[in-house]
Design a protein around this ligand. Structure first.
Ligand code: SAH
Ligand code: SF4
Ligand code: F3S
Length: 469
């Protein structure tokens, strides 16, 4: 349903959090330093920057290491079983740290804690944890922390979805020249394997004015690249009144003069011709699109509830390449979905071959409690799934190597981010295609766009040299 404005968390509630931040700041015995451990996707990375912003506003500084922190916050992910196991393993390890440093305050939040009853189970099984909260009440962290500090008892608060958006929270960004900008929250797609709609709630778009204001602020602060975030950015604005849409938002952001814009994630079913035109006509939108396909088999796509066929996906790819011949595509692929036959899998291989992705994230299906796919019959056995992912990765590595080799001799524009890991007077940054390029240069280039010529292809990176004009 379209509505006029996004429902916001009330001004009183936001004011209560501001006061809680001041109160924590004024406490004599409060943690001096913090460390946030983040799992999962860009949404979580962005949330962690907001949590860091709140902790800074509460007078804390980042700890030089995890061992030296007075407060550790674990921001969890539950997209696959191994994501949960990693977080839980780390949380077990924190017990020893707390034994050495009894004043240490341990907090857990994120998608894992938002699952039904999970936060309670965690606090019971990890009694050395002090605070647990979910994704829908992130903005209430200051109040919860204040309560934990005042009572010295475990504090738990996980809210059912309210469908509200909290605007105006502090944020502590990691890079001075690259920034995430959330344009929408939640997901309505209910792909049958996916937990995200259950832990992030329904789609809700921020108002275009709010987004543009934030982008203008970023530009003023010297940000050179903005990554627009949402689980399905293509459906931005469908819940707002008027003519709000992602292509329109993209065009407006482009006209602000942000030097480079990226966005993720796009759902193929909502990738309109209008969006392709908006991308092709924009000055700043990078020539790269992450377009998760998941499978190349129509039967599996239908069972996944992806709402497009293989032919429709390939038609979208053709549309993109016609409008932007130099566009780079990347994707996500799942193997071993329940019922996936050898032929279905071969269809995935042939699709990956046909599209020629620059790179792909490949996953083995992991059943998630509460999702429809977890109840499907015909699970694929472990060995078969492992064999399939190995074959898929081999094909993708071949394609990546070929595409990278073809890029040798081309000119690319790199936003320099850091001194290269290997050092040696080299700097590194991403080109428009989103590939890391290394080239000779000094630290003064960091934060600047530099034109380079690709000289050699590495495994996951490109070697380049600066174009001197
Ligand atoms: N909203 C984005 C990202 C979702 S999570 C999108 O729709 O593309 C990132 C990726 O994790 C998905 O694209 C999918 O490939 C993978 N994934 C999600 N649930 C999974 C599961 N249960 N098992 C294996 N992979 C999964
Ligand atoms: Fe999950 Fe599908 Fe939504 Fe992506 S679009 S977050 S895979 S339900
Ligand atoms: Fe994980 Fe939550 Fe993102 S489940 S992938 S952190 S939305």
């Amino acid at each position: 349903m379209r509505r006029a404005e996004p429902p916001l968390v009330s001004a009183e509630e936001m004011e209560a959090q501001r006061r809680a931040m001041e109160e924590v700041c004024a406490l004599n015995e409060r943690p001096g330093s913090y460390c946030i451990v983040t799992y999962g996707c860009q949404m979580n990375a962005h949330d962690s920057q907001v949590l860091a912003g709140m902790l800074s506003a509460m007078g804390m500084v980042t700890a030089p290491s995890r061992e030296e922190a007075d407060l550790i916050l674990v921001n969890t992910c539950c997209i696959r079983d191994n994501a949960e196991r990693k977080a839980l393993g780390n949380m077990t390890w924190l017990k020893q740290l707390k034994a050495k440093h009894p004043g240490l305050l341990l907090c857990v939040c994120g998608c894992m804690t938002q699952q039904p009853k999970m936060a309670r189970v965690i606090l019971r099984q990890y009694p050395f944890f002090d605070v647990a909260f979910g994704t829908h009440n992130l903005h209430r962290f200051p109040s919860l922390l204040l309560r934990a500090l005042e009572t010295r008892r475990q504090v738990l608060e996980v809210r059912e979805e309210t469908g509200h958006i909290a605007e105006g929270l502090p944020i502590r960004r990691e890079s001075p020249f690259k920034a995430y900008l959330t344009i929408m929250y939640g997901c309505d797609n209910f792909c049958s394997y996916c937990i995200v709609p259950y832990v992030r709630g329904r789609e809700r778009s921020r108002s275009a004015e709010e987004i543009l204001r934030e982008a203008e602020g970023l530009l003023k602060d010297g940000v050179r690249e903005i990554m627009l975030l949402g689980q399905n950015v293509n459906s931005y604005g469908q819940d707002l009144s008027g003519d709000a849409s992602f292509p329109r938002l993209l065009t407006r952001l482009d006209s602000l003069g942000v030097p480079r814009i990226r966005f993720m994630t796009s759902h193929p079913k909502d990738l309109s011709d209008e969006l392709i035109l908006a991308m092709a006509g924009a000055k700043a939108v990078a020539r790269h699109l992450h377009l998760p396909v998941q499978s190349g088999s129509d039967a599996v796509l239908a069972a996944m509830n992806r709402a497009y066929t293989r032919a429709e996906y390939l038609e979208r790819v053709r549309g993109l390449k016609n409008a932007m011949p130099d566009i780079a595509l990347t994707t996500d692929l799942i193997v071993g979905f329940p019922g996936e036959t050898e032929q279905d899998f071969m269809d995935t291989l042939s699709l990956a071959e046909a599209v020629r992705y620059d790179s792909a994230y490949t996953f083995i299906f992991s059943p998630r409690e509460g999702t429809r796919a977890a109840r499907l019959p015909n699970f694929v056995d472990k060995d078969t799934a492992a064999d399939r992912i190995t074959r898929l990765i081999a094909l993708q590595e071949r394609n990546t190597a070929e595409i990278y080799a073809e890029l040798v001799g081309t000119r690319q524009t790199v936003l320099v981010e850091e001194k290269a890991k290997r050092g040696g007077g080299q700097v590194a940054g991403k080109c428009g295609r989103n590939i890391t390029c290394n080239f000779a240069g000094n630290a003064a280039l960091i934060g600047r766009f530099v034109d380079v010529t690709v000289t050699a292809a590495g495994h996951n990176t490109l070697k380049a040299e600066r174009v001197l004009e």
